[in-house]
Design a protein around this ligand. Structure first.
Ligand SMILES: Nc1ncnc2c1ncn2[C@@H]1O[C@H](COP(=O)(O)OP(=O)(O)O)[C@@H](O)[C@H]1O
Ligand SMILES: [Mg+2]
Length: 334
């Protein structure tokens, strides 16, 4: 029926809604024993991808499988994959326990499982309260409890941190980590890197329906390069000299600084001296992961929906290339 591996595989997956290319030729795999972040700005195509994985939307092209099978061929899917998607509805007058009992019956698990999952998500004290009275954070926990009813091997969560307070986020982080440590698979989407950065091992970053990065979060961190910001008497002259010296990752900042990636202050200072430009100021800035994420996903709307971008200076284009260069071993397209 299915291979029991716990592996999620997305292969050349695309979805069009009329003229909107919501997902374009996405490919990535999620291995068991890890937490994989699925990141991208709002409208990037995350929910659509997860819905295709869960058999709720039919792909225009490509295939998404869990345990080597599309969702509709999993047999008893609730035993294989549990999911929490956006806008999960609850009967407002039904208590948390009763809600879970209904679902437990539907998927054929014993009633005691309802209390077990309430315990797992820390909702036992609220078992007899009506879901309609729950805070957003409590509803997220109840949705997670529902997903856990079948004791699934794979968890797929769409923006689960939305509506959680910092304590709830910390709790969720711990929960997902321990779930993965049992050799299970976790795929969790977010539009905010900071929200999931400490939880995830692997990351798939998408923008405008396309893969921008697929790999470990450590690899992504390693790609960060410190940048030297320098303000000089003649930026164009220094830029030419830097490029001739092999320092081609340059960006002209709006405040007049020239940003140089992969260089030291000594290199830039020495080069300014030999080029004959005066240095008015210089500092080093360690790019953080958040900036990297922003660089990878920026411009999704100008790229697809807006007017063409204005002509850019050559060194600015090179900077863009630096951000969009796929890492080695990247199974993407373009
Ligand atoms: N049912 C639908 N009909 C038409 N367009 C849709 C539908 N669902 C999603 N879209 C569009 O597809 C794109 C991706 O949306 P979505 O997958 O929800 O992104 P994300 O979850 O990353 O915010 C958006 O432009 C969105 O408006
Ligand atoms: Mg979404």
């Amino acid at each position: 029926m299915h291979d029991g591996s716990g592996r999620i595989a997305v292969q050349n997956l695309s979805k069009r809604f009329g003229s909107i290319a919501a997902v374009q030729n996405l490919s990535f795999t999620v291995e068991p024993g890890s937490v994989t972040g699925f990141l991208g700005p709002n409208g990037a195509g995350k929910t659509t991808t997860l819905r295709m994985l869960l058999g709720l939307v039919t792909p225009s092209a490509g295939i998404a499988t869990i345990n080597g099978r599309p969702h509709d061929q999993l047999g008893n899917p609730a035993r294989v994959v549990g999911s929490v998607l956006e806008n999960e509805g609850f009967h407002p007058r039904r208590t948390a326990r009763n809600h879970l009992l209904v679902y437990a019956a539907a998927i054929g698990v014993p009633d005691r499982r309802a209390d077990e999952v309430l315990g797992l998500v820390g909702l036992s004290p609220a078992a007899d309260r009506r879901a309609g009275e729950f805070s957003l954070g409590m509803r997220q926990r109840l949705a997670l409890a529902t997903a856990l009813l079948g004791d699934p091997q794979v968890l797929v969560l769409d923006e689960p941190a939305n509506g959680l307070d910092p304590e709830g986020i910390a709790w969720l982080r711990k929960f997902l980590r321990s779930f993965a440590q049992q050799g299970r698979t976790v795929l969790v989407s977010s539009h905010l890197l900071a929200e999931v950065e400490q939880t995830i091992d692997q990351v798939v970053i998408i923008s405008a329906g396309m893969t921008r990065y697929f790999g470990t979060i450590d690899e992504l961190r390693k790609r960060q390069q410190p940048r030297v910001f320098v303000r000089v008497s003649d930026a164009a002259k220094l830029a030419t000299a830097l490029q001739e010296a092999g320092l081609t990752q340059l960006e002209s900042m709006p405040d007049g600084h020239l940003a140089v990636a992969g260089a030291t202050v000594e290199q830039v200072g020495d080069l300014a001296l030999t080029t004959g430009v005066a240095v008015y100021g210089m500092h080093e800035d360690k790019a953080d992961l958040e900036k990297m994420y922003f660089g990878l996903t920026a411009g999704q709307f100008t790229a697809q929906h807006g007017p063409p971008p204005p002509p850019r200076q050559q060194y600015y284009q090179q900077q863009q290339q630096y951000y969009q260069q796929p890492p080695q071993g990247w199974g993407g397209q373009r």
